[in-house]
Design a protein around this ligand. Structure first.
Ligand SMILES: *Cc1c(COP(=O)(O)O)cnc(C)c1O
Length: 390
């Protein structure tokens, strides 16, 4: 008999999702149809924001968010080293220069103190960033109010990489409200909070940015006569006024997305139940457990335990013993600046030590709505056993 495998994250699909997708498959529109607008409206209204633009994935969303703000060669973008490479690659796609701000040791988000220090020295050197991309690691919002204050003082724009944080909130508002940013990007990859297979969205309060995002998503083309440079030739006429991409989401995906949105709050509360179980069962072990700052409600895309520094050297053994038990733990994230590609850009290990210290001890435990109490208890039992052997 093959061993049961427990992943660290996975989608949760119901019959209603299958029915929603089937309806679109049998309709007239598989792409560029009404399901997109419905998903965008659902997303925007959930987050309390004016505009949501659905895209093919969050990576594409981050790319066009940067372009909509005019990022190009000669510009500088800063993000967190404790993220998926897409958070920084987006700047490189635009020909901009990337740099990182080290994390804080509690929630492993970009440190606002370090951001401020770096801004002070960047100002002196005449190398201020055009954009800062805070990443809400694990679904725990960054200190957006303070970041927004710094953005006014130093004149940079803010794109929230909220790939983990759909369903979370900050100071009483849903992540995605863009109260403290220019744009927010979500990912709908299957391990994230809801899924569309592949997919993403960019949210904004600005109608100007929304218009630019829509154009960039679809070849740089507009069909709105008021936005055209020339006289319309007739009803078939469209104009390409900028260089865009095909970063569209299909209606098949959007229908799945709308259906998944109706489950989001239930997904988040089940995740939070699992967090409470873990917190009770893992208390007293030599690991740092997730916590929430005042005013933050974490969506808990990830549940990371960080081994205390004195046992961090055992991380690999503990990780491998959990994997041998069929528990598909993972590690989020290898600090971006230590990747070979980034080393070729001039970065090296040691540059953002807090992210490296965090990485050395981090293990992501299974965390997804369909994880059963029984499987979770097995994870706890095996983790305890592995820690006891060390
Ligand atoms: C998943 C993820 C992305 C990329 O999302 P895709 O939809 O797969 O392109 C970007 N940033 C972070 C922090 C992520 O976790």
């Amino acid at each position: 008999m093959s061993q049961k495998l427990i992943p660290y994250g996975r989608q949760s699909i119901q019959k209603s999702d299958v029915e929603a997708v089937t309806r679109v498959l049998l309709s007239d529109w598989l792409t560029q149809g009404p399901a997109i607008e419905e998903f965008e409206k659902t997303t925007a209204s959930y987050c309390g924001v004016q505009h949501a633009i659905a895209v093919s994935n969050a990576t594409a969303g981050l790319h066009i968010a940067c372009l909509a703000l005019g990022v190009g060669p000669g510009d500088i973008v800063w993000t967190s080293p404790n993220s998926f490479v897409a958070s920084s690659n987006c700047a490189l796609y635009c020909g901009a220069e990337i740099d990182f701000v080290d994390i804080e040791p509690t929630h492993f988000n970009m440190s606002v103190e370090k951001l401020q220090e770096k801004l002070v020295s960047a100002k002196k050197a005449g190398r201020l960033p055009k954009i800062v991309i805070p990443v809400h690691f694990s679904g725990h919002s960054c200190e957006m109010k303070r970041i927004a204050e710094l953005s006014k003082e130093y004149g940079f724009s803010v794109i929230e990489d909220a790939s983990h944080a759909l369903g979370g909130s900050y100071r009483g508002k849903k992540v995605g409200s863009c109260e403290f940013s220019d744009m927010t990007v979500f990912s709908y990859h299957p391990v994230k909070m809801i899924t569309t297979g592949e997919g993403g969205a960019v949210l904004t309060r600005s109608s100007d940015l929304a218009h630019k995002l829509k154009q960039l998503r679809s070849h740089g083309i507009t069909r709105e006569t008021s936005r055209m440079e020339d006289e319309s030739h007739g009803p078939w006429y469209y104009e390409q006024t900028s260089l865009g991409f095909n970063y569209r989401m299909t209606d098949i995906q959007a229908a799945l997305g709308t259906s998944q949105m109706s489950c989001l709050d239930r997904f988040v509360s089940r995740r939070r139940e699992l967090v409470a179980n873990y917190a009770g069962a893992l208390a007293g072990l030599p690991v740092q457990l997730p916590s929430e700052a005042d005013g933050v409600s974490n969506s808990y895309h990830l549940y990371v335990v960080k081994l205390e520094d004195r046992i961090a050297s055992k991380r690999r053994k503990i990780f491998e013993s959990l994997r041998a038990d069929g528990i598909l733990v993972n590690v989020h994230y290898i600090p971006i600046h230590t990747q070979p590609y980034y080393r070729k850009l001039g970065f090296s290990a040691g540059m953002f030590p807090e992210s490296e210290r965090y990485y050395a001890g981090a293990i992501s435990l299974p965390m997804f709505p369909d994880l059963s109490d029984k499987d979770q208890a097995f994870v706890v039992e095996r983790l305890k056993a592995a820690l006891e052997r060390e």
